[in-house]
Design a protein around this ligand. Sequence first.
Ligand code: OAD
Length: 228
Amino acid sequence: MDKIVILTGAGISAESGLGTFRDEGGLWAQHRIEDVATPEGFTRNPDLVHDFYNKRRAQAAEALPNAAHAALARLQRDHKGDVVIVTQNVDDLHERAGAEVIHMHGALMGALCAACGHRWTAPLTMGPRDLCPKCVTPATRPDVVWFGEIPYHMDQIGEHLMQADLFVSIGTSGNVYPAAGFVQEARLAGAATLELNLEPSEGATLFDTARHGPASEIVPAWVEELLA
Ligand code: OAD
């Protein structure tokens, strides 16, 4: 098993206390996507959008990586082949567990100037009147990908999927494209596919094998077996 490509979603951070989007009482039950996660929503009410991400940033800063994040960092360190981790999550729990990850939906800890494209580390609290340190325009936004925007690093991810021997999807409902289509891309490239999730996802039938249960239990167990 030379090259492993792993996709993670909100389910891997659930046991760190960060809410998922579509589980009962999840973020999308509390907020309307079009209000807080679209460019149009940001134009309409930037204070509301900043407030949403400021709260999530504060929550993420207090959360700790769990055993699933730690196990993936260990796999990346100890597996003889290449281990690429792509995450849809905007928290930084993978990095804090010691892994290197590709953030396809951006990062809560990043700030982006909507005027000039400059990026910098986000302060804990951001607001629409914050000035870009480069062009000094009050056009500061969180460096996260909203619905209607193109996810980051898609070319690089596509190349990794084409070379994958094993594709593993962890803690994601399989509702949001393009990430939900990665399993098919990996299959076309000839990779074996595995789903690790609390319950069967939307695309469960597309995977060769699956293990169901809490990420903090099933991910370390799978890594243990793979490295044995
Ligand atoms: P979802 O909330 O859609 O799905 C979370 C998945 O994790 C579900 O399938 C749950 O069953 C599973 N899950 C929950 N707790 C778990 C646990 N302890 N262990 C393992 N699995 C668990 O979250 P995502 O699939 O990550 O995008 O959502 C994808 C994208 O939709 C997000 O990146 C975000 C959202 O809208 C944007 O905002 C652009």
